[in-house]
Design a protein around this ligand. Structure first.
Ligand SMILES: [Zn+2]
Length: 104
């Protein structure tokens, strides 16, 4: 089951825009978190000459969003890739598998 990637969101009332692009300048990145205004999360269709599946792009969105959350908190782990990857994979699983009571 897939869930959509948002086009924007807010953290502490600051707007972040999610841009979907073909590839990064280097062609190596799956995504990028760009905190200076205008705050952006970039999700790339292609990285290392390989197309990225919808699920891979969702995982990238949660990875970059975790960077954004931690940067907003000025947290010391904001640029710790091992922590961000481990946390964001669990967050992505939680969001993908969450079930809510049906509204009447
Ligand atoms: Zn990262």
């Amino acid at each position: 089951m897939t869930h959509p990637i948002p086009t924007s969101f807010r953290l502490r009332r600051r707007k972040w825009t999610v841009r979907r692009l073909t590839s990064s300048v280097s062609g190596k990145h799956a995504g990028l978190c760009v905190p200076p205004p205008p705050k952006q999360i970039r999700i790339y269709d292609i990285a290392n000459n390989r197309g990225r599946t919808a699920h891979q792009q969702q995982k990238t969105f949660w990875h970059e969003s975790t960077h954004a959350i931690l940067m907003t908190m000025n947290h010391k782990l904001a640029r710790n890739e091992a922590f961000v990857t481990g946390f964001s994979l669990l967050l992505e699983e939680l969001v993908r598998t969450a079930r809510f009571e049906e509204s009447a």
